[in-house]
Structure formats: C-alpha cells, structure tokens
Design a protein around this ligand. Sequence first.
Ligand SMILES: [Zn+2]
Length: 319
Amino acid sequence: MTSIKYLIVTSFFLLVTLHQSPVYATEFDYPIKQITDKIRVIFGPMDLPDSNNRGYRNNVIIVDTSTGIVLMDPGGSAWSGEMVAKTVKSMSAESVVAVFNSHAHGDHWLGNEGIKRHFPDAVIYGHPKMKARLEGNDGATWLETINRLTDNLADGKQVVAPDRVVNDGDVVTVGDTDFRIIHTGSAHTDNDIMIEIVGEDALFTGDVVRDHFVGLMEEDSSFKGNIEAIDKILGLNFKYYIPGHGEVGSADTPISYRAYLKALRDMVVELFDEGVESYEMKPRIVEALSDYRDWSGFDLRLGGHISRAYLEVEQEEFQ
Ligand SMILES: [Zn+2]
C-alpha cells in the first residue's frame, strides 16, 4: 500500500515537474520570405513574450542595399536581435549598416542591443518621440519587463535607443536605396514611423497596420489617427504592405485592419451617444465585432481597446 501511494505521489510530482519545465527556444527557426529582390521578412510568432520565444514575436525586415544590410524592427529582445544578426551573417557577407525602429513598443526595438553586439557600427533610426521615450522611463521599464517575462532569457542588459532621429518626409539613403519616412501624428502610438523602401513598391507599416492581430493601444494612441494614417498609405498605393505582425499583403491588409478600427470606434460612438458606460459596452461590441473574434489577441485586448476609444470619443465631445 505504502509503495503504491509512494508511486502515485512520485508520479504526480514527476508530472508536475514535467509540466512546468519550460521549453526554451535554442534555435531561431522562423519562416523567412523573399518579398522583392531586395526585401526579405522573418515572420515572428503572434504569441505574447515568454521564455519559449525569448521575446521574439514580430516581423523583422531585411533589405539588401549596395553598401550593406538595413533592418527594420530587429526583434523584441537582445537575444532575438543576436539571432537576427546571426541569420543575416548566414545569408550575406555584408554587414548591417542601419536599423529602423517603427515605434517605442519593446517588441520592435529591444533587439537593437543584440544587433549592436554583432554590428557595433550600425546606425539606428527612430522618431524623436520614440528616442525620448526610450531615454526616459519607458526604455528601462520595457527592458525590465522583457527580462521578467522571459526568465531573463531575453538577455537584455541595456537600453539601446536610436542614434539618429527621423521625421515625416525624411529620406535616408543607404547605398543604392532610399528609405522614405512617413509619420502622420498619433496613430498606433505618437511616435510611429512607416518606412517606404523606394523603388520596391513596398511600405513597412510597423503596428499602424497589423494582420489578424489585435495588440496594444495605449494613452498615446488614437483610433481616429490610426484610421487616417491608413487612409494616407492606401492613397500612396503600394504593392506590398508589410505589417508589424502577420502576413505581408496588398491593400487588403491595411483595409482589413482599418475596418476593425472603424467598426470598434463606430460602436463606441454609438453606445456613447446612448449613454452606455465604457465598462458596460463590451458584450455588445464583442457581438458586433464577431468577424474579428479569431484574430490573435482579440479576447486579451478588446477591453483595453474599448476603454481607449471611449476616452478618445469622450475627449472629442469636450472639444
Ligand atoms: Zn506596437
């Protein structure tokens, strides 16, 4: 009897132990797709940052120029930045000479640190407000958060902010390739840059467009501004829209994300006018937005999106 009991107890603890052992990513094995002659994209998973993905969860853009490699959003942790650097080294003899960061959310810039470990001379570009946020409290907070969420497997040691700032209309020339910056004010954040790879008919949108993905919208974001930003880039009529998360698409990709933002905002306006409080809106909005239920992050983020849109609509009433 005792031995059976012992066996059961031991098996139980063994199961618990097995269940709790995290599976650490030791390799960086994600799909890489050639989009145009010059552009490749590494597609990150849609999961939240954890010890399994070590903070990597976004699209990384690799552009070949005549004088070296240009990266956009090199991953969400120092570890993933290093893995991106190693991937580049395995594909090309060229060095990384420039990096663009689309905005101040950690999954888009924490990889800077890993890139600089391998390519210390790479010049990092971001919006002035993005640089200011990283050099203020936000940078340290993101670094602390990613290390905590990944049991320190993110391997973050320091905040690596952009070296140079860029703003709407700026063109950065690297070898034979021009990169044109688009910033339209508050959209996904107040510091988004979208980057046109001139001559390739392609635009990297950062999180101004996301494909089947409902992610953060915080105090500095604007549903109205995000919709207007998408209208602007749709007017520019690119062949390839490369989102911060999800698949590369044609105009359908921004159109579909715009439709989500507009449906949510319109519902909030309608319910606001009926006098419904922010916290009472969710069931009716979930119902109205049922087309988007299968989007990654829908259950997690919808409440936050409603609160954010509500505050925005409320503020507009007082203007
Ligand atoms: Zn973001």
